[in-house]
Design a protein around this ligand. Structure first.
Ligand code: NDP
Ligand code: 8X3
Length: 271
């Protein structure tokens, strides 16, 4: 895809970027975009083969950057602690954390939901994100500072039937984000929360447990955001001068009014 010329020209303030959930969708698009802008990357997700393939591709295309991969589950506090312990003793360290790994599981009403789905969402989107912050923030507490980007959602401020726990996890992430803006004020650490609407990635495939037809229905007849659109916005946020920050970015497709209300390509309204 040819990106808007403006985004190709951005110069990053911080160039050492750790991205969780880099094996697909938004995280992968952010990795591609930032590699093209000269950033060193630390790619984190569970699917090792995907990370390694992306690493090899980026290293070949951009030999001047360094790309590291870490296959781990952010639900493991020990694994996340181990990762940041290792990074703290290395020469090259991240000064940007993109806290992006996350998922929705299922679309059931509260009294019909699968408990395991709740555990997966809360353990990944809230506790996993917290582990990354708890063990990652010390790396950023330097005179040079850094930048933390949270991948939240329109549902950090909205709800819809069947989305109770997914929405609750993003409300929680929003509360954590706003709390950190207070706690980290003594340091030159920027915090940005990105709140996207519908983005066509593997998100719905994961939500519907691999049901391709059901996942495709979410995006058919509409024009959703692409992962690259979010990557452009993240790159823009990371390029702002040191004294400028975007604390919250709300981004939807032009044809989306709320989490569920979308204009279809034929002009009719869904939701
Ligand atoms: P994808 O399913 O394409 O990507 C999710 C990423 O998270 C994958 O790289 C996955 O890697 C990683 N991940 C999931 N669970 C874990 C885990 N336990 N440990 C480590 N990594 C994990 O979806 P998106 O790119 O769309 O989602 C990225 C973020 O954007 C999520 O937080 C999502 O909530 C948010 N978002 C998405 C929207 C959308 O419409 N798509 C809208 C608003 C927000 P792996 O499976 O290899 O571990
Ligand atoms: C994802 C947005 O509306 O699909 O965070 O739940 S939605």
């Amino acid at each position: 895809m040819v990106r808007h010329f403006f985004f190709t020209l951005l110069t990053m303030q911080y160039t050492h970027v750790l991205i969780t959930g880099a094996s697909s969708g938004i995280g992968e698009a952010i990795a591609r975009s930032l590699a093209a802008k000269g950033c060193h990357l630390w790619l984190v997700a569970r699917r090792k083969e995907r990370l390694v393939s992306l690493q090899q591709e980026l290293q070949k295309e951009f030999p001047h950057i360094q790309v590291f991969t870490f296959a781990l589950d952010v639900r493991s506090a020990e694994a996340v602690r181990g990762l940041f312990n290792d990074l703290a003793s290395g020469e090259l360290r991240p000064n940007v954390i993109v806290n992006n790994a996350g998922l929705a599981a299922g679309l059931a009403a509260v009294d019909a939901a699968d408990l395991e789905d709740w555990h997966r969402m809360i353990d990944t989107n809230v506790k996993g994100a917290l582990y990354v912050l708890k063990y990652g923030i010390p790396l950023l507490k330097t005179p040079q500072g850094g930048h933390i980007v949270h991948m939240s959602s329109v549902v950090s401020r909205e709800v819809y039937a069947g989305g109770s726990v997914y929405s609750a996890t993003k409300h929680a992430l929003d509360a954590i984000h706003r709390t950190l803006r207070l706690e980290l004020l003594p340091w030159p650490i920027k915090l940005t929360s990105i709140n996207p609407g519908l983005v066509e990635t593997e998100f719905s495939l994961v939500r519907f447990a691999g049901d391709v037809d059901r996942a495709q229905q979410v995006y058919e007849d509409i024009e959703p955001l692409k992962a690259e659109d979010i990557a452009d916005v993240v790159a823009y946020c990371l390029s702002l001068p040191k004294h400028v920050n975007l604390p919250e970015v709300h981004i939807t497709a032009s044809a989306q009014a709320t989490a569920t209300k979308v204009r279809k390509k034929d002009g009719s309204i869904r939701g």
